[in-house]
Design a binder for this molecule. Structure first.
Ligand code: 5GP
Length: 216
């Protein structure tokens, strides 16, 4: 296993994962790259094969999976997603950082595989209402999809609270402050993990998520 750090960004759609990862990448050009996952989900407009995902059909995914080609994989909303071992090998080395935008199941699996090298960041928008507004204002998603994302956000929040893994809660209120926080996680040794259940932003989020019928 090559030396390097795996920075795993978990959090609801609308938490700003892509934007934050972009900030981190521009701070040290060439040293931080996004891991490109394989998926069986159909390509969306504007997505690029090999950049956003490696788009494959189900039999191709299953062949690679059965040959042990994935470090982790999961089924999300009926589609298969996975991080190939080849992708991780490609990105790490020379102390580089690989960035991951994967679900919580994938995050756990990477942590089990690379316990010393993985940093788990749970990203949150400043409040539940900000998340709702961001999802509604995107304008590209149906109400049904917004509801599904809110429900997923609520469930993910519970999963992080129940997780045995070492998490760091990063609130994305100010982009540069949140990027600094992520940057600090890359230190060796890393800062001590937090208990998400004791984090005020997580507690407020949970309270509002539970009270919102759209997330039920
Ligand atoms: P989307 O289809 O909207 O791009 O992604 C749907 C979900 O799949 C997101 O929660 C995303 O984090 C997750 N995901 C994307 N790639 C992977 C992967 O390689 N492994 C896992 N476990 N989840 C992934």
């Amino acid at each position: 296993m090559a030396e390097g750090t795996l920075l795993v960004l978990v959090g609801p759609a609308g938490a700003g994962k892509t934007t934050l990862a972009h900030v981190l990448q521009t701070r040290t050009p060439g040293r931080r790259a996004f891991s490109v996952s394989h998926t069986t989900r159909p390509m969306r407009p504007k997505e690029i094969d090999g950049k956003d995902y490696y788009f494959v059909d189900r039999p191709a995914f299953e062949t690679l999976r059965d040959a042990g080609g994935f470090a982790e994989w999961a089924e999300v909303h009926g589609n298969l997603y996975g991080t190939s071992r080849a992708e991780i090998a490609r990105l790490l080395g020379d102390g580089n950082t690989a960035l991951f935008d994967i679900d919580i199941v994938g995050a756990h699996n990477l942590w089990r595989l690379y316990p010393e090298q993985v940093r788990l960041a749970f990203l949150l928008p400043p409040t539940w209402q900000v998340l709702v507004d961001r999802l509604l204002n995107r304008g590209t998603e149906t109400l049904e999809i917004v509801r599904r994302r809110l429900r997923t956000a609520r469930l993910e929040l519970h999963a992080v609270c129940d997780s045995p893994a070492p998490w760091h809660v990063v609130v994305n209120d100010d982009l540069q402050v949140a990027a600094d926080h992520l940057e600090a996680l890359l230190a060796v040794p890393p800062p001590p993990a937090e208990n998400p259940r004791a984090h005020p932003a997580v507690l407020a989020f949970l309270r509002d998520a539970e009270a919102d019928p759209r997330a039920a």
